[in-house]
Design a protein around this ligand. Structure first.
Ligand code: NAD
Length: 247
């Protein structure tokens, strides 16, 4: 009997490879026989055409270059970098006409479940419950509030048909709660990996939905899973809910 032909490992390029997430992505990929990191890129390095797919966890300054590279070489792209502006979001929309892209503020399965639960709770509780969101991250995190906190706020808005203009990023001074607003608060503390709480409150009771990240493995593992899932997909903009089959 002929031996079964084995599928060659997917060749990955990691952008931001010297960072906390980049190092972990390289370590986890090295343990997976289905993956082979052929490029580990950080500041001052350039992507070549050696990879089958690209994963970026870096800074927003890196993202437009990474997108261009993937469009020019027709490579699937996983974007974990947060704090992206309108220019990067527009570039992702355009690039998604040419290559498959999975962008997620958070690649953890449980955070994606939290997002679904928050949307469900918002629909069930309706407009009479106040909704607020708080996040805590380590002292080195550059962007605030976290992309995940914003994604949670948007999910609540979408669930109940509320305009995203109701999302506020701070409350101070003479600032009583306005009707329908959702305030997102960011704390920066020591080595906290990531904690997000969605509060729903009314007179006499409150509901708290909270995710506590204990290590970055759930994010890195999710991003590697997304890269595998994107191989062979048609061009488009995908989310972690697509990858996880939560839609
Ligand atoms: P980090 O600061 O430890 O690492 C960032 C790395 O990117 C650094 O090594 C830096 O030198 C490199 N870099 C900066 N500019 C670059 C460029 N132009 N080209 C190539 N590399 C460049 O940060 P981190 O904790 O690893 O997080 C990285 C990003 O991922 C942040 O935006 C963070 O918010 C995000 N993040 C996302 C998730 C998620 O699930 N989506 C989870 C954790 C972190």
């Amino acid at each position: 009997m002929l031996p079964m032909a084995s599928t060659p490992p997917i060749k990955l390029a990691i952008v931001g490879a010297a960072g906390r997430m980049g190092r972990l992505l390289c370590d986890l990929a090295a343990e997976d026989p289905a993956l082979n990191v052929v490029e580990a890129i950080d500041l001052d390095d350039k992507l070549t055409d050696a990879a089958d797919a690209v994963i970026e966890f870096a800074l927003p300054q890196a993202t437009l270059g990474t997108i261009d590279h993937c469009v020019n070489h027709k490579l699937p792209l996983v974007i974990g970098t947060t704090g992206l502006g309108d220019a990067e979001q527009r570039a992702i929309d355009e690039a998604a006409q040419v290559v498959p892209i999975c962008q997620a503020a958070n690649f953890s399965l449980v955070v994606n479940v939290l997002q679904n639960l928050a949307a469900q709770a918002a629909r069930m509780l309706g407009e009479s419950y106040d909704c607020e969101i708080a996040e805590i991250h380590h002292r080195f995190k550059k962007d605030a509030p976290s992309g995940t906190a914003l994604a949670l706020a948007r999910a609540v808005c979408e669930a109940i048909g509320r305009d995203e203009a109701c999302i506020r990023l701070e409350r101070q001074g003479d600032a009583p709660r306005g009707p329908g607003e959702i305030t997102v608060q960011a704390l920066r503390l020591g080595d906290v990996v990531g904690e997000h709480t969605v509060y729903f409150g009314t007179l006499g009771e409150r509901l708290e939905l909270r995710h506590v990240g204990a290590s970055r493995e759930s994010y890195a593992g999710g991003a590697l899973r997304a890269a595998k899932w994107l191989i062979g997909k048609t061009p488009g903009r995908y989310t972690m809910a697509d990858v996880l089959g939560l839609k």
